[in-house]
Design a binder for this molecule. Structure first.
Ligand code: R5P
Length: 293
């Protein structure tokens, strides 16, 4: 009797099955703490390793941008189709339903407007407020080559330091001044500087020539920024190419909320990002959904 009980008890320890040590699914993030990884896994889908972030933070320097005049009416209905929302604390507190299951990437740099020099930003949110808002990451604009390059880089490193104390990752947003050339050489430089100095993921624009060298030389995930509104098929093509060339998804704003059919567009972007659908097939999906809209 005692022997049988011993055997059963031994079985419960599964002595023949070594404990697995799983790797983390995001590039360059394996050595982060549990809280950081858990927050990143709310932004990036652990199955596809990619994200569709909806960027609606434009008002922090340019006021009520076209398509963002009434966030309650124009944006809240889109939330179910995004993986993550990138926005300011003002919009989060005033207009986003608290019960949303979606992760939040909080814009924490600011202090300038379109009326003045944009690179002259500071940190505009206290880390305590980011914790209070339960955000999954903090976003800081970094102006490499800009007038206030140094300050913007130090805004980013300060955010990384503060976020590390509380397990909150930092997204470095590479901002391109009007006078700067948007090419692979520039984005390699900007993305790598941000990663070297501790950013956990980076947002850059897509460039047709050499984007894969930007993603390859950046040791952490890159998400593609959308930029100005372009025809839907072109935006889908850009998102598709970015993902095929190493981006871990997109952080798009105007090409979604300025589309005539934002939900259809968001679904089509998801198809490209998460299902590797070709831009042509995704555009067909967009057109079908738009017809029923
Ligand atoms: C701009 O600085 C903001 O960070 C936006 O989040 C960013 O530009 C992405 O939005 P869009 O796809 O409209 O360029």
């Amino acid at each position: 009797m005692a022997d049988t009980e011993d055997t059963k008890e031994t079985q419960r320890y599964y002595l023949d099955t070594p404990q697995k040590t799983e790797g983390f699914f995001l590039k360059g993030c394996g050595a982060l703490d549990w809280g950081m990884k858990n927050r990143l896994a709310r932004i990036f889908n652990p199955v596809t390793g990619r994200t569709v972030m909806l960027a609606i933070d434009h008002g922090y320097f340019q006021g009520p941008t076209s398509g963002l005049e009434r966030i309650d009416i124009q944006i809240v209905p889109l939330i179910p189709y995004a993986d993550s929302l990138m926005l300011t604390r003002g919009i989060l507190r005033s207009l986003i339903p608290e019960a949303t299951p979606k992760s939040v990437v909080l814009r924490v740099s600011g202090g300038t407007s379109i009326l003045k020099e944009l690179s002259d930003e500071g940190l505009a949110v206290d880390i305590e407020d980011a914790v209070r808002l339960n955000v999954s990451a903090m976003a800081v604009q970094v102006f490499i080559g800009g007038e206030h390059e140094r300050e913007s880089i130090l805004n980013m490193t300060r955010t990384v330091d503060l976020g590390t104390r509380f397990g909150i990752p930092t997204l470095a947003v590479t901002a391109v001044g009007k006078e700067m050339k948007r090419d692979a050489r520039y984005f390699r430089l900007a993305a790598r500087i941000c990663a070297e100095l501790g950013a956990h993921f980076i947002k850059t624009y897509y460039v047709e020539d050499g984007f894969e060298t930007v993603t390859a030389s950046c040791p952490v995930p890159i998400v593609m920024a959308g930029g100005k509104k372009i025809p839907e098929i072109d935006a889908l093509t850009m998102a598709y190419r970015a993902c095929q060339e190493g981006a871990a998804g997109v952080d798009m704003g105007r090409n979604i909320f300025q589309s005539e059919h934002p939900i259809a567009m968001l679904k089509a972007v998801r198809a490209v990002v998460h299902d590797n659908e070709t831009p042509e097939r995704a555009y067909l999906l967009y057109s079908e959904l738009a017809r029923k809209d």
